[in-house]
Design a binder for this molecule. Structure first.
Ligand SMILES: Nc1ncnc2c1ncn2[C@@H]1O[C@H](COP(=O)(O)OP(=O)(O)O)[C@@H](O)[C@H]1O
Ligand SMILES: [Mg+2]
Length: 359
């Protein structure tokens, strides 16, 4: 059995790489792993020296600056070294970049809520003067609903545009603003400095630092009670509902584990097969005519329960075999589904290895 040499491409701003680390440990009989910090300046040398068989990515979704750093470096790695990257470079590119995703969905003729990105405020105002309301305004980097506003009338929408183009930019509403807390808090913080708190603080500071300016994203408002959260990892498919709380389904963590309709799985399989996306979540709305509209595609996504789907109350996965969907009961989402991902990746590496032996 060939043992692969892989790298986990972490950044300094995201602890989630530890999930890759955990599942790599569990598969130590199949791979050796190293951790490379892609946010350091010697990233290229590290990759070059490592002579890796494959790379495990975990793109940061906190700010667009960090995401751009990751995308740029990963793109160069992809062009330079002929090795599999997991999730794929394109799956990473559409992640946490709502404007890029909108272009990409349109270019690939995938049904989605009509989305307009304006870099000229005049065009944005012009658009609003002809729009029906509500219109949805979105920040390009998502954050559990924090960057999404439902604009009920032209007045509110114009103000939104004016803010984004005023040079100040628009931010998002986020965790505790420690700058506003008193000296006492600061003193206590310095004395205790528990790592966890410092990490949270840094997280909030970065999150707040994300400002969007000089462009605006508008989206057609789709009335909905829930979003379908579908997951595809290799040939395993899952789906559950994220229920709307207030006016948003994202971030509320209100789940409903109804049996997913098989047409939904057909839709997700068709779309992802066609574009070659094999490791991601797909969030979608059902419009009033019953059409599926893709809202988000995310190669890294949260998981608040030990499973992604229940069918008749039982956790498991769907697999498409011999022309039909087969439900297989079982525990397929261990370690936030990272175990399933690493096994899928090992399968890809095996294929690659096998093909290289044939050449
Ligand atoms: N076009 C839309 N029409 C109506 N509601 C929307 C629309 N887009 C998003 N929402 C609501 O806002 C929530 C957050 O938006 P989303 O695009 O998923 O951003 P994120 O999850 O990255 O914060 C969604 O879960 C949904 O409930
Ligand atoms: Mg969302």
């Amino acid at each position: 059995m060939h043992k692969y040499n892989v790298a986990i491409l972490r950044t300094e701003f995201d602890e989630d790489y530890r999930w890759w680390e955990k599942v790599c440990r569990l598969r130590q009989n199949k791979l050796n792993f190293q951790i490379v910090d892609l946010s350091r300046s010697d990233w290229f040398e590290q990759i070059e020296a490592g002579r890796f068989d494959g790379l495990l990515a975990i793109p940061p979704g906190l700010t667009s600056a960090l995401k751009t750093m990751y995308d740029e470096r990963l793109a160069i790695i992809h062009r330079t070294f002929d090795i599999p990257i997991y999730p794929s470079i394109e799956e990473v590119q559409v992640y946490e970049n709502k404007k890029y995703l909108a272009y990409w969905l349109k270019a690939n003729k995938i049904p989605h809520p009509a989305t307009h990105v304006f870099y000229h405020d005049k065009d944005a105002y012009e658009f609003l003067s002809q729009s029906e309301f509500p219109v949805v305004g979105k920040m390009s980097v998502g954050a559990s609903g924090k960057g999404v506003v439902i604009l009920r009338n032209e007045e509110a929408a114009k103000r939104y545009v004016a803010n984004l183009f005023a040079g100040k930019g628009g931010g998002r509403v986020t965790g505790p603003n420690w700058r506003k807390k008193g000296l006492l808090t600061r003193a206590v913080k310095k004395l205790l400095k528990p790592r966890f708190i410092m990490d949270r603080l840094r997280h909030y500071r970065l999150e707040r630092s994300e400002l969007q300016r000089d462009f605006v994203i508008f989206q057609e408002f789709i009335p909905h009670q829930f979003e379908w959260r579908c997951v595809r990892i290799g040939e395993s498919f899952f789906a559950h509902k994220k229920m709307v709380k207030g006016e948003k389904a994202s971030g509320a963590l209100l789940k409903n584990y109804d049996n997913p309709p098989l047409e939904l799985l057909d839709f997700v399989k068709d779309v992802t097969d066609r574009v070659g996306f094999h490791s991601l979540s797909v969030d979608l709305f059902v419009d009033t005519q019953g059409n599926y509209l893709i809202n988000e595609m995310q190669c890294i996504f949260g998981q608040s329960d030990p499973y992604q789907m229940l069918v008749n109350g039982e956790p498991g996965r769907y697999r498409y075999a011999d022309g039909r969907w087969v439900f297989e009961a079982g525990d397929y989402n261990q370690y936030l589904s990272f175990l399933l991902r690493i096994d899928h990746f090992i399968q890809i590496l095996n294929q690659n290895h096998h093909e290289s032996l044939l050449i």
